[in-house]
Design a protein around this ligand. Structure first.
Ligand code: F6R
Length: 251
């Protein structure tokens, strides 16, 4: 895991967008793994700005999102389909047919999950996977205790995750109890991983990410075993790590 320290959220977003743009420059038909949530929003804004200014082309890019709430329709404003459309897809020239998210309303969820993993393989696998991190160490919606062998699957969300995400809903009762998520094995197959973290609320989990052994009770620790993981975190998120440690992890 290589650490890149950013001053603040804005700088983190700019640095993350640079990593993604380098990937697109290197391979204009890259398969990108995408995330939703507050952390990655600024990165999408930077990519949109770049698209407007430099005309970076997305017509050959394919995207797979990490996850989607179970039981929400694509049109629901809280669905990750709607998030991606609003915050990214509608603003760059990516054909809609090349953007994939799990269908949270699939009647046969097992088949939906298998098809999702198969589609990824068919398109050559994910070149670069963008990730946020939950305060409990989840990546995607792989909550503590998730198997490292898991592929795309249906999960029950932890109460703490529902509470963290309740800010987008009218009441906590409206937050879905389940989601479909890429599994940890799916994420680990990506050729490169880019994990972002910002803010004091992520400082404890970032400390654990760098100090704990690889353990399924902190799912993100598996990234230590990935050969090509970059972590971009801002000073608040890194505030529990000593300066010397930050230097050491930056190498
Ligand atoms: C979102 C996702 C989640 C978030 C994580 C952090 O697609 O898979 O793992 O990345 O919950 O969310 P924020 O960025 O809102 O703190």
């Amino acid at each position: 895991m290589k650490l890149i320290e950013a001053k603040d959220y804005h700088e983190m977003s700019m640095l993350a967008a640079e990593v993604i743009l380098d990937q697109i420059k290197e391979k204009n038909d890259s398969v990108l793994g995408l995330a939703t949530g507050g952390t990655v929003l600024g990165t999408y804004q930077q990519l949109i700005l770049d698209h407007q200014q430099n005309k970076t082309a997305y017509q050959h890019i394919k995207t797979f999102n990490l996850d989607e709430y179970a039981g929400l329709s694509r049109q629901d404003e809280n669905s990750y389909h709607a998030y991606m459309k609003k915050h990214f897809f509608d603003e760059v020239n990516i054909p809609f047919s090349q953007t994939f998210l799990p269908n949270g309303e699939a009647l046969d969820m097992k088949a939906e999950c298998e098809n999702y993993d198969q589609k990824m393989e068919e398109l050559g696998g994910i070149d670069l996977q963008l990730l946020g991190i939950g305060q409990n160490g989840h990546i995607g919606f792989n909550e503590p205790g998730s198997s490292f062998e898991s592929k795309t699957h249906l999960v029950a969300l932890e109460q703490s995750t529902r509470e963290a995400n309740a800010r987008y809903f009218d009441t906590i009762e409206d937050v879905p109890t389940h989601a479909v998520t890429m599994g940890i094995a799916t994420i680990m197959k990506s050729k490169k991983v880019l994990l972002l973290a910002s803010g004091l609320q992520k400082s404890s989990i970032l400390y654990d990410l760098f100090h704990s052994d690889v353990t399924s009770s902190i799912p993100a620790t598996i990234l230590r075993d990935h050969p090509n993981t970059i972590i971009i975190a801002d000073q608040e998120a890194l505030s529990k790590l000593h300066q010397d440690e930050r230097k050491m992890f930056a190498k």
